[in-house]
Design a protein around this ligand. Sequence first.
Ligand code: ADP
Length: 324
Amino acid sequence: MNKRVFSGVRPTGRLHIGNYLGAGKNYVAMQNEYDCVYCIVDLHALTTLEDTGKLQNNIYEALLDLLAAGLDPQKSVIFVQSHVPEINELFALLSMVTPLSWLLRVPTFKEKVRLHPQNVNYGLVGYPVLMTSDILLYKADVVPVGEDQLPHLELAREIVRRFNEHFGETFPEPQAKLTNFPLVVGLDGKDKMSKSLGNHIELAATAEETTKKVMSAVTDPARKLRSDPGHPEVCNVFKLRKHFEPELITQLEADCREAKIGCVDCKRALADSINRDLAALRARRVELAAKPEYVHQVMVDGAKRAQIIARQTLDEVKSKMGLI
Ligand code: ADP
């Protein structure tokens, strides 16, 4: 039997190139070797989303992005988290085996408390248990994620060990799978690229929108004049160009250090290469958007297939925990 893969994206807006380069590319690549389950995790979005009126549209847009990126419903199970309600039961059961102290020390929780002290709900502290429940409900061996998710995955492994110790070997310890670009920094040049920070480029953006965004990107802050030598090692635009145009990078690095190329030209070249790279994905997305019934059916079929696995796991867990 193939190993099982699980991963999820939050429907907090359209996907961006950080999601794609940091995780999505692996989702697509792993479909041929693994038994893949991919989920739009709408319950997770509720922990921070203020305007839930956008949720249904966000789910649909995220699904369009994933299909356009190359997820194939013939190969992978693709579904929406809340459409398989077994998740809530496993979440409740795993909450009983997870010490609160483990959750309070999670760095992303501490960060959210710092940023939004007025919105620290019970669901937010339980977020990593819900994420663990997603992974465990499908007994995943491998979880393709960006680097920001590693602490959550470490916690998932701790929960697995604790569960298996108490109730007997039940779950594999899930391993992270990173891409070659596991942390994409946003256009502000400091924080991780994120929908919520507005420092991102949507996969579905037009070429013009992409260019406009890239032209606003922060480069080497020490470089004030076109004639100042650049420091590519601190420049996020350089890092992105390295990813999109690896063949040009040695020359570019020398030209930047000797001020033979300015930041404006460099950003324009980056925008062009991103637009070239995403052209086929964007064209597929336009085609898919013209077939809303098909996209809707993918969700319905995916939930049916996911639920079969979820029920089996839940029966086993309830039996081991003495509930049946
Ligand atoms: P966001 O952080 O934009 O709200 P999600 O939480 O839905 O996105 O993340 C979906 C996947 O994309 C996760 O595996 C996450 O690790 C990855 N990811 C998100 N942002 C980045 C980034 N800037 N660089 C690399 N990977 C990322």
